[in-house]
Ligand binder design. Structure first.
Ligand SMILES: [Cu+2]
Length: 741
């Protein structure tokens, strides 16, 4: 997979040449000059989806001096830097702007703002003089913000997506002593380590064009709006080799209308913005606890008290993220930096460890502010990266199995350290992909608590010495108690999951083996150093309650349908459209639970593959079609409960017994989950979150059919163009048995 640490010069040159040759193909595909079909035609891709073994075109090409050992990928140079020599930056807080209707200019509107602007002729399909709408949201009533007037936004976030630049406005939300001494006034160039080269303008694209990654602070009962400006290059070729300049922003498992979900086919162009409306209601808002009587269904009131809100408190969510969902280009764009996190606060999880009101869990956080104290509540985003001999980020392996970087970054800093006090900390750990799994342990094997899985606090805390495999897009909230270490002590977060390729974890290493440095996978071992630097100034008042949020009880709700989704290889395509359909090899077979014989289909966002009824409860079986790969499957919009893993609830580990939005299938595995579809409607998605599998067509669209107004059935497919989104009827609609209607 990767070259050994000190390869011979000849071997390194051979591998670098192979990578350079491949980059031409990666680039041509990223800007749409060639398709996968072209590559198949030219014989560069095999039926199984991997690049053929043609000299210079494959990272695993047979080496000139070893017949059977693959050449491997050149390791990312470290420019003489050592690990754990730079502080880990805390996330960069997005400003919470009050009064969005006045703050945002032009003011946000219920339906998309179709005010025309002159288009830049560098945009695809545009000639001088063409005009198009300033907002890229599909126009008209179907894509209008659902229940806009009822949930007018109270907070606005305004962000750009743009190329790399220096951050001069860093706001970590905590004093430097809680940020390893980083002075936020010091400009931050876009680099993974101060001793590495700075990233070029169009090598990295992030929120506001800067690092550290961004954090949005939201709370229930406070509707928000995210205005996202696309400031990426007009010319699709200005991408330094990978990444697509059209984007769609998915708030990962927010319970919001489809027009705000970052649908993969509702992407927008450079020069446009898109307003995403986030109402932040508890699921069940319109059917459960509608009179807002239950104090557990609540939100911080700003002065130490609670405001009760409608909905089911068992659906309260906490740790979110948002990221690009561009059709066929999600892996490139998220890898390039289109990733942010979002902490959702509530009466239960308010980010204040001192308020005793019988509702607040008092998880490690801080106490100075009413809610969202961050001193001891730390977001961590894990992302494996690779860079070339000039230190520039590369998206290297043109391989549909998945992409692995050889270097682990935390908060986009290469192997940093973080100063902690002798007390409890909460870490909200996100795996941002693109393809690697992590199994996390402390380097001394000491136990810690897992309190959350995905966006949700668990029914019960779980004491662990190692986590399960953290799949791409999954989040684990853990609590580590550093009071067990002396001042001056050090301990490291360590990855035990060894990969050979992007398909699955090859081996779970014993802690000693992961620490030994002997693994051929440079991604295992220590990746974050904790330095215990002092005693806390104030006593640690935080708690780690044994019991937190039990699952909502759906047992009284009849099951309206059972469906099967099988995730596998060798997908067929029935729709041939250059914009809305993709090609495999990955795909999904859809059907009734006992349905047999339907074909595995590659993604097309103009196909509707399932239509659960609004308010209904369903049971879905997610099945891995093979034993040679793992898939972390993400179902948008609804939190699910795992009823069975491989035929029995006894196989569901404690840390997976809460609500989930990403479901790891494991090789050959099968899950049965249940969900209820409510409150909002429209077109959503389900896909593998190994983003390379997702982009190579393991994705489908499903829709909530509410049987009437305000939605048409099935919804027309948006087809975005710079001049404006057009619509057409879905190319294909599958019935409950998985067969085309
Ligand atoms: Cu997958």
């Amino acid at each position: 997979m990767f070259l050994p640490e000190k390869p011979s010069k000849l071997r390194l040159r051979e591998a670098e040449n192979a990578r350079r040759n491949r980059l031409e193909i990666v680039r041509a595909r990223s800007i749409g000059q060639i398709s996968r079909r072209d590559l198949l035609k030219w014989g560069l891709i095999t039926g199984s989806g991997a690049l053929a073994w043609k000299h210079g075109l494959n990272p695993f090409v047979r080496s000139a001096y070893a017949q059977t050992i693959p050449t491997g990928i050149p390791r990312s140079p470290l420019f003489g830097q050592l690990p754990f020599t730079q502080p880990m930056p805390r996330f960069d807080l997005l400003a919470r702007n009050a009064n969005p209707l006045k703050f945002l200019n032009p003011a946000p509107t219920e339906a998309a703002n179709t005010t025309q602007q002159l288009l830049d002729p560098r945009l695809p399909g545009v000639v001088a003089g063409d005009t198009g709408p300033i907002e890229g949201r599909p126009p008209g009533p179907i894509w209008a913000h659902q229940r806009w007037k009822q949930f007018l936004p109270k907070i606005a976030f305004e962000v750009t997506q743009e190329g790399a630049r220096t951050n001069t406005t860093y706001n970590p939300g905590v004093a430097p002593q809680h940020n390893s001494g980083i002075n936020p006034a010091t400009p931050i160039p876009l680099t993974f380590h101060p001793g590495f080269p700075t990233q070029n303008l169009n090598t990295v694209w992030t929120f506001n064009g800067t690092i550290p990654p961004k954090l949005a602070i939201v709370k229930y009962g406070e509707p928000a709006i995210l205005r996202h400006h696309n400031k990426l290059p007009f010319d699709v070729a200005d991408n330094n080799g990978f990444g697509r300049h059209t984007i769609s922003t998915h708030e990962h498992n927010a319970h919001h209308g489809a027009e705000n979900d970052g649908f993969t086919g509702a992407f927008f162009f450079p020069g446009q913005f898109y307003d995403y409306h986030w109402p932040w209601v508890l699921a069940g808002h319109f059917s459960v606890n509608t009179a807002a009587k239950d104090p557990k269904a609540s939100t911080p009131n700003g002065s130490g008290g609670l405001t009760k809100i409608p909905g089911d408190w068992h659906e309260t969510m906490s740790t979110h993220w948002f990221h690009d969902h561009m059709f066929e280009h999600t892996a490139e764009n998220t890898y390039k930096g289109n990733v942010a996190m979002c902490n959702v606060y509530s009466g239960l999880d308010r980010g204040n460890e001192s308020i005793e009101d019988g509702v607040n869990f008092r998880l490690p956080s801080g106490r100075a502010k009413d809610f969202a104290n961050l001193e001891y509540d730390v977001n961590l985003v894990l992302a494996d990266k690779a860079w070339d001999e000039n230190g520039q980020l590369v998206f290297d392996i043109f391989n549909t199995d998945g992409f692995l970087g050889d270097q682990i970054t935390v908060n986009l800093a290469w192997k940093p350290f973080f100063n902690v006090e002798r007390r409890k900390y909460r870490f909200r750990i996100l795996n941002a992909g693109p393809s690697r799994f992590y199994k996390i342990s402390l380097s001394d094997g000491k136990p810690f608590y897992q309190i959350g899985n995905d966006g949700n606090l668990l029914p019960r805390r779980v004491l662990l010495t190692q986590t399960d495999h953290l799949g791409i897009a999954e989040r684990y909230d853990i609590v580590i108690d550093f009071s067990q270490y002396p001042v001056g002590g050090k301990v490291w977060l360590t990855n035990l999951a060894e990969h050979e390729d992007g398909r699955l974890v090859h081996d779970d290493l014993a802690l000693a083996d992961a620490l030994s440095g002997n693994s051929p996978d440079p991604g295992v071992g220590r990746f974050l150093e904790f330095r215990v630097v002092r005693n806390p100034a104030l006593p640690d008042l935080s708690l780690v309650p044994e019991f937190m949020i039990p699952n909502p009880d759906l047992s009284a709700i009849p099951v309206s349908a059972e469906r099967l989704f099988e995730f596998g290889r060798g997908a067929n395509q029935t729709i041939f459209d250059p914009i809305t359909s993709s090609e495999g090899p990955w795909g999904i077979r859809t059907g009734a639970f006992d349905g047999q014989g339907n074909q595995t289909l590659a993604a097309a966002f103009s196909r509707v593959s399932a239509q659960p009824g609004s308010g209904r409860r369903e049971i879905w079986t997610l099945k891995n079609g093979g034993g040679g790969w793992d898939h972390p499957i993400h179902i948008h919009f609804e939190e699910g409960q795992i009823l069975e893993r491989d035929g029995s609830f006894a196989n569901v580990p404690a840390a997976e017994q809460g609500r989930k939005d990403v479901y790891r299938l494991r090789p050959g595995g099968q899950l049965k989950i249940t969900m209820q579809f409510r409150d909002w409607g429209g077109m959503f998605m389900q896909h593998c979150h190994n983003t390379v599998h997702e982009d190579h067509a393991m994705l489908l669209r499903w829709e909530i059919n509410d049987g009437g107004a305000p939605f048409l059935r099935p919804l027309p497919t948006p087809v975005p163009r710079p001049q404006g989104v057009t619509f057409r009827a879905p190319d294909e609609v599958l019935g409950d048995n998985g067969e085309p209607l």
